[in-house]
Design a protein around this ligand. Structure first.
Ligand code: ATP
Length: 395
């Protein structure tokens, strides 16, 4: 086990900056996932830890040692990649033990380590099978066992489940969590699949264009995204993000106004451009308002398209007449459209006019220009109509 620390790491390829001044500290035994869109620098960052890429600037530490210029084999890391690459002419035992044989471990030690690793990844009884007699998931487990037998200080996994079908990925997700619990080893995991990152990691590091946007526990990234990029990237379907202007009575967008005290929002003032974020599951029919916290806003909309997903239903809402829906589930909303997620069984029909609401705790505000989050939840800024006092329960 070991701590991993990157200090001001950058990597340039000619005029492309793949990693931009990245500083990050991963605790001993922690499971950290790097997530972000294609090309954001996830793999390059991982490769600087592995020693496959030398950073243009900055320093890499594993444990107490600086390893920036060390060869991969001297870093105490084991890697698992998307492409499994087992030796086709070797059986499972030989594939798992290959690295140990190269390092001249004695037969007894090899046997002991392979059996233990096979037990951890649940491949006992399959050690004499050839790779072509294994399913994709079993092959990936062989690759993981091959990494385990080396007893590394740090596991590096780059999209290890990407080639598996959807059902198997979910199964392997739980297996990797169990593996981490059992081995208590530091794991750095690269994925573009946020469900993997959310479910398995202690913390996730969200990258965009080589820059770290946020590193935090999955639910902190979800509930308190540090900026507009994280707000839009984490969560599927994406958070509704609507630009507006801070005015005396709150935030005015093209189609609705959210009333609150703008003086209570830090770092911005009336006239500034502020974006409101509300997650699809935080939009509700006005008929359900009684079960919510203080209502921040009521909006008249038309249900345009209804998408039943089985466990929930997505409703695409148009806020103005004569607009066409252009968004899809993973795209950001425009001022004229919102995505709402409701229960699987709903009586909302396409073409029907609906009144929707969201409550004050569900509102996120962002500085449109810098993208930085300003507040998560505006219950302290909303005034109760009856008492004239802030509606926050603490007040
Ligand atoms: P993906 O999810 O698509 O694998 P990623 O987040 O892992 O993407 P990287 O592979 O780290 O991204 O690439 C980051 C940027 O660096 C990209 O713009 C990529 O084109 C560039 N890049 C990576 N490796 C090289 C290389 N060897 N030569 C030139 N450019 C490179």
């Amino acid at each position: 086990m070991a701590r991993v620390r990157l200090e001001n790491v950058s990597k340039h390829f000619d005029d492309v900056t793949a990693v931009d001044d990245l500083s990050i500290e991963i605790e001993d035994g922690e499971f950290v996932s790097f997530v972000g869109p294609s090309g954001c620098g996830k793999s390059t960052t991982m490769e600087t830890v592995a020693g496959l890429t030398k950073p243009s600037e900055g320093t890499v530490y594993i444990g107490d040692n600086e390893v920036t210029n060390l060869a991969p084999k001297d870093r105490g890391v084991s890697m698992v990649f998307q492409n499994i690459a087992l030796f086709p002419h070797m059986d499972v035992f030989e594939n798992i033990s290959f690295g140990l044989r190269l390092r001249k471990y004695d037969d007894e030690e090899v046997q002991r380590r392979v059996e233990r690793a096979a037990e951890i990844v649940q491949l006992e009884g399959m050690l004499d099978r050839m790779p072509n007699e294994l399913s994709g998931g079993q092959q990936q487990r062989v690759a993981i066992a091959r990494a385990i037998v080396r007893n590394p200080d740090v596991f590096l996994m780059d999209e290890p489940l990407a080639n598996l079908d959807a059902k198997l990925r979910v199964t392997m997700r739980t297996e990797l969590q169990r593996l981490h619990r059992e081995l208590e080893q530091t794991i750095i995991y690269v994925t573009h699949d946020q469900a993997e990152a959310m479910t398995m990691s202690n913390r996730i590091a969200v990258l965009d264009k080589g820059e770290l946007q946020q590193i935090a526990a999955p639910l902190v990234c979800y509930n308190e995204p540090a900026n507009l990029f994280v707000a839009g990237f984490i969560g599927s379907p994406s958070m509704n993000l609507i630009e507006g202007e801070l005015v005396e009575e709150g935030l005015r967008t093209k189609n609705f106004t959210v009333e609150f005290d703008p003086a209570g929002v830090p770092d911005v003032r009336v006239g500034d451009s502020v974006t409101i974020g509300v997650r699809p599951e935080d939009l509700h029919l006005a008929t359900d308002a009684d079960s919510l916290g203080p209502i921040a806003c009521r909006i008249d909309a038309t249900a345009d398209v209804i998408e039943p997903m089985g466990d929930e239903t997505f409703v695409y809402l148009l806020l103005a007449e004569d607009v066409e829906r252009t968004m899809d589930r993973d795209e950001q909303s425009t001022p004229d459209q919102l995505l709402m997620s409701v229960d699987a069984v709903t009586d909302i029909e396409a073409g029907r006019d609906v009144e929707i609401v969201f409550d004050a705790p569900a509102v996120h505000l962002f500085d449109t220009e810098s993208g930085e989050a300003l507040v998560h939840g505006i219950e302290d800024l909303v005034t109760d109509e009856e008492t004239g006092r802030p509606t926050s329960p603490e007040q």
